[in-house]
Design a protein around this ligand. Structure first.
Ligand SMILES: O=C(O)CCC(=O)C(=O)O
Ligand SMILES: [Fe+2]
Length: 198
């Protein structure tokens, strides 16, 4: 049986070169995330800092996951990761060169093409909520390859567990009432993981 969804590891590696590389990547990611949140904030008509403030400010959590998808003899019969949206605010993903990530767009699954040295950015559920639905959390999935091992390294940029997230007060009014409940991020995750209505 092909077991990709069990092959998910959270890592905490503290040694030499690896630590230096991850620290450098982490510094780079913080800048990328700040820029993305600033652009999204301005795009929503907020001040540049307001979206980041609302999602956790400097307490934002960066969670790295490593997905490992070994070759699969029947790639048409299984998925690496079934279709889902990420619970994060944003996800920044680095894949290896083996094609596999797909996004749901206009009623179809489309390949997210591998581009060397590019980062893949997903809008996650928390930005959908904060924007009161104006930004959509991306529905995506991953496929597997018959001959090659695929890997991906997503970083989930998340609010702290006890941080409350709901539609930004400046983005709701009588014409645009709140479409989402405000709740602690940990409660949101609990409901989603246990398939309890939000
Ligand atoms: O492997 C991929 O490209 C996507 C993985 C993913 O969607 C996830 O881990 O949430
Ligand atoms: Fe995902």
């Amino acid at each position: 049986m092909y077991p990709p969804t069990q092959n998910l590891y959270r890592v905490d590696v503290r040694c030499g070169a690896f630590t230096e590389a991850t620290e450098e990547y982490s510094r780079h990611l913080h800048k990328v995330v700040d820029e993305l949140l600033r652009s999204l904030s301005l795009g929503l008509g907020l001040e540049g800092h307001e979206l980041k403030d609302a999602v956790g400010g400097n307490e934002l959590v960066f969670n790295l996951k490593i997905n490992y998808y070994p070759p699969c003899p029947c790639p048409d019969l299984v998925l690496g990761v079934p279709s889902h949206t990420d619970m994060s605010a944003l996800t920044i993903l680095v894949p290896n060169e083996v094609q596999g990530l797909q996004a749901f767009q206009d009623g179809h699954w489309v390949d997210v093409n591998y581009i060397p040295n590019a980062l893949v950015v997903h809008i996650g559920d928390q930005i959908e909520i904060l924007s009161n639905g104006r930004c959509k959390s991306m529905l995506h999935r991953s496929t597997v390859n018959k001959d090659k091992t695929r890997m991906s390294w997503p970083v989930f940029v998340e609010p702290p567990a006890d941080h409350h997230v709901g539609p930004h007060r400046k983005l709701i009014n009588e014409q645009n009432p709140s479409k989402y409940k405000t709740k602690k991020f940990s409660d949101y995750c609990y409901c989603k993981l246990n398939k309890i209505p939000q």
